[in-house]
Structure formats: structure tokens, C-alpha cells
Ligand binder design. Structure first.
Ligand code: NDP
Length: 428
């Protein structure tokens, strides 16, 4: 029963909360993110995801339609087995916001976390066992995406796949569900724009761009890595970002005062170096950063970096980097800013900084993205649907929308007429 499943989610939330310090440390060691960040975001939000869906389960609205001589009752049935495939940047957080709604709605799940960051998935497996879930409801398999993930995606018994990862892997996932027709939801990457207008509050806009690019070392799918700044405020904005970037305390993620740790992998660091160098060679101006912080040559550290880009032919404006690299571009008019922001195959997040309310709403309506933040950035809540347009994927995490990813509707028609069903060959 739904209420019993909601109580299970509460027990999981309590057990995760009791192990928050352990979760934060495992996540910090696995990903390289600062311990303080892992505690505030990864550990806390994993708990919140289970708590939120427990509550939502208790308040899920019934859907029924009264028609002439009929009552139509819409029942939500579980898909059966859901495969949950997650990346390395927010391991438990992203897994928990799939597991919680999936099991709330009565599915069994098979989790396939990134092989780079497996530790907190193991902890979740312990927690669900301790919370008394029946064996087989939450299953965990470790292995590579190409072998293990693929086997899950292709399996004939799998009813839904919820995938968070990159566009390339997602293409395989789409192709490999051709036989089982598993319902797919894909949360992919982005190259999200932040538009800063002349009338913006400069401090707020700088904070938004810094959070959107240097927070979590830029290893965020909603990184606002293309920052379009109106010409009147451009020079001040660049100066303020440089100042902020150079103050970030980079170091050992387990140290309490570290604000930015290393990137998760050597490949991430090498790619950031390569793309920054190529962008400078193409004509971008390196305002700050661009390499390894002095004294931190060991480990995959990379400085908060600001590139001034003449246009979007520069490589840093094109590729998703998953590194603390901000590309700033100048624009003149609102129409031009919107056109530049929409000149991308992606459509996950967008930011708008302006004190003009009407403009904020106009721009929010015009940008092609699943999420728009006005005078803020990277705000997130399990109550609000999360997902993208275009090559940022389809389907939604969180909110009421995610319930649809893990259920199928069954419409039950009840004849409420006092007369028996009419002969279909006699027209009235
Ligand atoms: P990948 O796409 O490489 O991997 C994501 C997950 O998919 C991993 O568990 C991976 O396994 C698995 N996988 C890889 N290939 C296949 C396959 N053929 N079939 C099934 N599963 C497969 O992404 P990363 O782990 O490198 O994560 C970074 C990417 O995730 C970024 O590009 C970012 O855009 C995206 N992302 C999107 C988010 C969103 O909510 N929209 C949030 C966070 C990240 P393994 O790697 O273990 O082999």
C-alpha cells in the first residue's frame, strides 16, 4: 500500500540522516568535492528527496472524471522494474531522486551508479536493507556503462529507464531500448546561458555567474557556462568576476575551509586545459585562471577561469566542460541576447539578471530551456520539475512530473447509467 511505502521512505530518510557525516565524507573522497559542500548538498538533499516523496505519496491527488452515464477513474500503476543509471558528479543525490519516487510508486529498481563514484550507492543499499524493505525492491549492480548499463537498458523485463549522464551515452540508451520499448527519461548535459542586463544588481549577477560556473568546480549539468553581459555593464562585470575567482580557496576537499576541490578525474582536468588553450588560440581573452593553481600540481586541480569570447565560434562556448570555466560574451539589445542564448543544441537551465520585471518575464518566456532562474541561479527543490529541452534530454525529475516517469495510467470506465449497455448496432 502507498502509505506503507511512504513510511519506508521516511525510515530511509531517517537512516540516511543518521549517517550524514559518513555520506559527506564518502562523497568528498569519491568525487573530490569539498566536505562542507558534500554535507550541505549531497547528504542533506538525499535525505530531503526521501522525505519529500514520502509526503507527496500521502497527498497524491486522485484523478477521476464524471461523464454522462460514466465515471472515469485514472489509476497509476507501477512500470514494474525501473533501471536507474547515474553519473559521478552528484552520486547519492541524483540516485536518491530517482529511487525515492520509483519505489514510492511501487516499482522495483536496479541502480547502476557511475563506476567512478560507487561508494554512497553501497551505503544506500545498506540503508534500504536496514529500513526493512523487502529483498529485491532496491537492487544495485556495479560495472561499466557499456557492459552493465547496456545489459540493464536492453533487458526485456525492464519497464523504464531513468538515465542521467552525457549525450553520447544517451544515444546508446535510446537505440538500445528499441526492442523492449522501455519508457525513457533522459537528463543530459547543457551549455546553459546566463543573461546579465545593464540594469542588473551587479553583486547578485556576479554571485549568480560565480555559483553557476565555479560552484562544485563547474561539475554541474546546469552550469551557466555561457554568460552574456550587456555592453554597459560588461567591464565592471569582468572585473568583479576576476576578483571573486582569485579569492576562491582551492585545496584538499577534506579541509574545513576549502571552497573548491579538484576535478573528479584527470580526463576532466586535461580536457579543461585543452579547451581553454584552444579557445585562447581562437581569439578568446584569458582574464583569469586557465591552469593548475600554484602549489597544487598533484591532483586534478584547475583554477576558476574566465574567458572573454568575441563570439560563439570559440570552443569554450560550444562544449560542455564540467570544469570551472566561464565564457563571457557581450551583447547590445534584448533581442540579440535572447538569440545568442538560444544558439545552442542544449536547453537545460538559463539565468536572467535584471531589475526590470517585464523584461525578466519576456526573457524567461523566450529562452529555450526547461528551467529559468530570475535573479538567482542553481536553486533546486524536489517539488519543482527538473529537465531539459533539445539535446538536454526529455522526461523530468522531481515534482509531480517524475511520478509519470515511473507509472503508467490505467483508465477505468464505470457505467453509471441505470439502463444496461445499449446494443451497438442500434443508433439512438
Ligand atoms: P556518462 O554519460 O558517461 O555516464 C553516465 C552513466 O551512464 C554512468 O553510470 C555510465 O557508466 C552510464 N553509461 C555509459 N554508457 C552507457 C550505455 N551505453 N548504456 C547504459 N549506461 C551507460 O556521463 P558521466 O558519468 O561522464 O557524467 C557526466 C555527464 O552527465 C555530463 O555530460 C552531464 O551533462 C551529465 N549530467 C546531467 C545531469 C542532469 O540532471 N541533466 C546531472 C549530472 C550530470 P560508467 O561511466 O560507470 O561506465
Amino acid at each position: 500500500p502507498l502509505e506503507e511505502r511512504a513510511r519506508s521512505l521516511d525510515r530511509i530518510a531517517n537512516a540516511l540522516e543518521a549517517r550524514s557525516d559518513e555520506i559527506a565524507e564518502l562523497e568528498s573522497r569519491d568525487t573530490g568535492k569539498p566536505l562542507a559542500l558534500a554535507r550541505a548538498v549531497d547528504a542533506a538533499r538525499s535525505v530531503l528527496n526521501f522525505r519529500f516523496f514520502a509526503e507527496l505519496g500521502r497527498e497524491l491527488p486522485d484523478e477521476q472524471y464524471k461523464m454522462e452515464d460514466a465515471l472515469n477513474i485514472v489509476v497509476r500503476k507501477p512500470v514494474g522494474v525501473a533501471g536507474l543509471i547515474t553519473p559521478w558528479n552528484l552520486p547519492l543525490y541524483l540516485l536518491s531522486w530517482k529511487v525515492a519516487p520509483a519505489i514510492l510508486m511501487g516499482n522495483a529498481v536496479v541502480c547502476k551508479p557511475s563506476r567512478l563514484t560507487p561508494l554512497t550507492a553501497n551505503l544506500l543499499a545498506e540503508v534500504v536493507t536496514d529500513a526493512g524493505l523487502p529483498a529485491g525492491v532496491v537492487n544495485l549492480v556495479h560495472g561499466s556503462g557499456s557492459a552493465c548499463g547496456n545489459a540493464l537498458v536492453e533487458h526485456p523485463a525492464v519497464g523504464a529507464i531513468s538515465f542521467t549522464g552525457g549525450t553520447e551515452a544517451a544515444r546508446h540508451v535510446v537505440a538500445n531500448t528499441a526492442n523492449n520499448f522501455a519508457h525513457l527519461s533522459l537528463e543530459l548535459g547543457g551549455k546553459s546561458p546566463i543573461l546579465v542586463f545593464d540594469d542588473a544588481d551587479l553583486e547578485g549577477a556576479v554571485n549568480g555567474a560565480v555559483a553557476g560556473n565555479f560552484g562544485a568546480s563547474g561539475q554541474s549539468c546546469v552550469a551557466g557556462s555561457r554568460v552574456f553581459v550587456q555592453s554597459g555593464i560588461y567591464a565592471d562585470f569582468i572585473d568583479a568576476v576576476v576578483q571573486r575567482a582569485e579569492q576562491v580557496r582551492i585545496g584538499d576537499p577534506l579541509e574545513a575551509d576549502t571552497q573548491m576541490g579538484p576535478l573528479a578525474t584527470q580526463a576532466q582536468r586535461d580536457r579543461a586545459e585543452e579547451v581553454v588553450a584552444e579557445s585562447v588560440a581562437q581569439g578568446a581573452t584569458l582574464h583569469t585562471g586557465g591552469g593548475r593553481p600554484p602549489g597544487l600540481e598533484a591532483g586534478w586541480y584547475f583554477q576558476p577561469t574566465l574567458l572573454g569570447c568575441p563570439d560563439q565560434s570559440i570552443r569554450s562556448t560550444q562544449v560542455e566542460l564540467f570544469a570551472p570555466v566561464m565564457s563571457a560574451l557581450k551583447f547590445e539589445t534584448e533581442e540579440e541576447g535572447i538569440a545568442l542564448a538560444n544558439d545552442t543544441v542544449f536547453g537545460l537551465g538559463a539565468g536572467v539578471f535584471t531589475e526590470n520585471l517585464a523584461r525578466a518575464h519576456r526573457v524567461a518566456a523566450a529562452v529555450h530551456s526547461g528551467i529559468v532562474w530570475i535573479n538567482t541561479y542553481r536553486a533546486i527543490s524536489p517539488i519543482s520539475p527538473f529537465g531539459g529541452y533539445g539535446q538536454s534530454g526529455y522526461g523530468r525529475e522531481a515534482g509531480l512530473d517524475v511520478i509519470q516517469e515511473f507509472t503508467r495510467t490505467k483508465a477505468v470506465w464505470v457505467n453509471t447509467s441505470s439502463a444496461p449497455m445499449a446494443n451497438p448496432f442500434v443508433m439512438r
